[in-house]
Write a protein that binds this ligand. Structure first.
Ligand SMILES: Cc1cc2nc3c(=O)[nH]c(=O)nc-3n(C[C@H](O)[C@H](O)[C@H](O)COP(=O)(O)OP(=O)(O)OC[C@H]3O[C@@H](n4cnc5c(N)ncnc54)[C@H](O)[C@@H]3O)c2cc1C
Length: 374
């Protein structure tokens, strides 16, 4: 397979174990589902459950796994992303949820729902787009909490939170204003909490199979047993690199498929496609470089050096740019066969933009880099 060749060229060993198991499950399950996921917004729940049984959501979790292996998580996500970005994004959502739980000091969560999240028995996601934008000066906090006996009462609306359902969970951050002193608190929120409602009122051009809902919280009681960080400041520094680096899995999977699509057209269209600026070999080389860079950064997700954080932002920006460029190139190579309603190239192009707009979006990453330079 191309990605294996790429890895060999970059001097890395081809992965075995969980990544190969997820790749095998993806190649068996996803090709027949991907059109339904894309066109009908079908949520690939059974595939997610199977990934969980295979260990796809567990390897990056501190104290749950023997080592914090972000690269296994990234490459498992990429294996799914070679077929479908909706599924790959659901994997990221699930990975982020486990990442929040196992990076907290909340023992009850780590021994309670934690193992079930790691095994994909409880599914869920993350509502951190809004606070991640708040922390970098883009928009105000949408969730507000008030301290009460034994916990907080939280209200507010989040427009998009994915990988949800009535019995799912998600990580969220709310702002608490106590006598003019503000702080942010993070908790794991059960979708079944009283006062919480999910509204499915948006149809997306892609990624519609991700069970993405608007989440309304009307005086939802979050008891102290659900809190993962209060206040969040130091905790955010601990989780942020992992949060961002894991997203590379979506990019790598999609780019690999774009390279494959381009190579597939060689036999019949190579005589004319060779005049296009971007060729699959160039993309494979670029991908190998990004994989190596991300693998190095992902080996030390708790590094505190500002230069490390900057490199993470740069790697994420490069991944988003390269994903859109690869999907654009695949579209040009495939031509009309990619432009039909069930053509893979046009689906991959629509999906690719998601990598560049999901938080941290390209514009946010560029702002963060600009702010770092001041
Ligand atoms: C398919 C999909 C799944 C997503 N899943 C998640 C998730 O699981 N968790 C999560 O936290 N975020 C999720 N998001 C949000 C995403 O991460 C970005 O925050 C979002 O794409 C906007 O980012 P932006 O930086 O381009 O902000 P901008 O587009 O500049 O938007 C600024 C603000 O306006 C809001 N906004 C944009 N459109 C609307 C609208 N139609 N109605 C109300 N508000 C709107 C945005 O959410 C944002 O807060 C999802 C988005 C999409 C498209």
């Amino acid at each position: 397979m191309l990605d294996t060749q790429t890895l060999e060229r970059s001097g890395k060993k081809p992965e075995t174990g969980v990544v190969e198991a997820v790749r095998a499950a993806s190649s068996r399950e996803l090709p027949s589902l991907v059109h339904k996921i894309d066109a009908e917004g079908y949520y690939p729940e059974s595939v997610m459950r199977e990934f969980g049984r295979l260990g796809a959501f567990a390897h990056h979790l501190p104290s749950y796994s023997e080592s914090v292996d972000l690269n296994a998580a990234i490459n498992a996500m990429a294996a799914a992303g070679e077929y479908c970005l909706s599924t790959s994004f659901c994997v990221w959502c699930q990975d982020a949820l486990g990442w929040y739980i196992y990076n907290s000091d909340n023992k009850a969560l780590k021994t309670g729902i934690g193992p079930q999240v790691a095994r994909g028995e409880f599914l869920g996601g993350t509502a951190l787009s809004n606070p991640m934008k708040t922390f970098f000066g883009i928009e105000p906090m949408r969730l507000k909490g008030k301290r009460v006996d034994g916990g907080y009462v939280v209200k507010g609306l989040l427009p998009y939170v994915s990988n949800l359902g009535d019995d799912h969970y998600f990580g969220a951050i709310f702002e608490v204003d106590e006598g003019g002193t503000k702080r942010n608190v993070m908790a794991i929120v059960p979708c079944a909490a009283e006062g919480l409602s999910l509204a499915d009122n948006t149809k997306f051009v892609a990624l519609d199979g991700t069970r993405t809902f608007a989440v309304q919280m009307r005086d939802v009681i979050i008891t102290d047993s659900w809190i993962v960080a209060d206040p969040v400041d130091e905790y955010i520094k601990r989780i942020r690199a992992g949060f961002v680096l894991l997203q590379a899995g979506m990019a790598f999977g999609l780019i690999r498929d774009c390279i494959r699509l381009m190579e597939q057209t060689k036999t019949s269209l190579g005589h004319v496609n060779k005049y296009l600026d971007v060729q699959p070999e160039m993309l494979a080389e670029q991908l190998a470089g990004m994989e190596t860079a991300v693998a190095q950064l992902a080996a030390t997700p708790f590094e505190t050096d500002p230069g490390y954080w900057r490199a993470v932002i740069e790697a994420r920006l490069a991944a988003g740019d390269a994903t859109v460029a690869a999907a654009h190139a695949a579209m040009l190579h495939c031509g009309a066969r990619g432009y039909v309603t069930n053509g893979a190239a046009q689906r991959r192009l629509r999906e690719a933009y998601f990598v560049a707009i999901v938080t941290p979006a390209t514009k946010q990453l560029r702002k963060m880099l600009a702010d770092m330079s001041h």
